[in-house]
Design a protein around this ligand. Sequence first.
Ligand code: PGA
Length: 250
Amino acid sequence: MSLRKLVAGNWKMNGLRISLGELAPIGRAATAAKRIDVAICPPFTLVAQAAANADGIAIGGQDCHFATTGAYTGYISADMLTDAGASHVIVGHSERRSANHETDADVRAKAEAAMEAGLVAILCIGETDKQRDAGRAGLAVASQLDGSLPRTATGDTLIIAYEPRWAIGTGRTPSSGEIGEMHKLIRAKLIDILGTEGVRVRILYGGSVTSHNAAEFLSVPDVDGALVGGASLTAAQFVPIIEAAENVSQ
Ligand code: PGA
């Protein structure tokens, strides 16, 4: 079964108000691309303004807390993102798993909070280079998925992003064959855990996606879209990725 693809941009800690100017051309490309969905996850400071102005683009946060409210200085809850106009949120990004020591249990609680608040959770998983070199990439990814996937997830409330850690921001990527193998494994595990609903959960590939490799990666079976970091910061780089996704969805 082929699922509707999603091309999502993760701006990370990049973007000032002036950067919102990129959203108009991205929105035009997104509106023209009828067969796919497009999302941008800007920093928290831009979420409300982006959501108010983005035409044809879903807006997401890059993280949320597992609690709704409370004494958690500096954090943002899923409800706050919904209130600001977001429809999506990334949880368990590898930069947060490593820099903030987020565990699978933490990530699962965040994904549950996101779904509870009506957001679509984009749940990131991916192996380290050491794990891949040791031939344990599949095991590592399956165990992360098992530990961080909410059991109530559906194809409408949750998306998986497979992002090998060693491919993020490095310009190094797995081969299409390696990506296909891992997405197949993730699909099987999703069905194992969620039953038939696991067939409907989209699985994005992320890690050094650019306009040069997007068409190739997006043509791989079970690659239902892309999570794009660096190449999502400007419309000039991101629009060709949207167009590639639309073209391979013919
Ligand atoms: P990258 O980042 O495209 O810059 O490698 C991807 C991500 O971290 O989501």
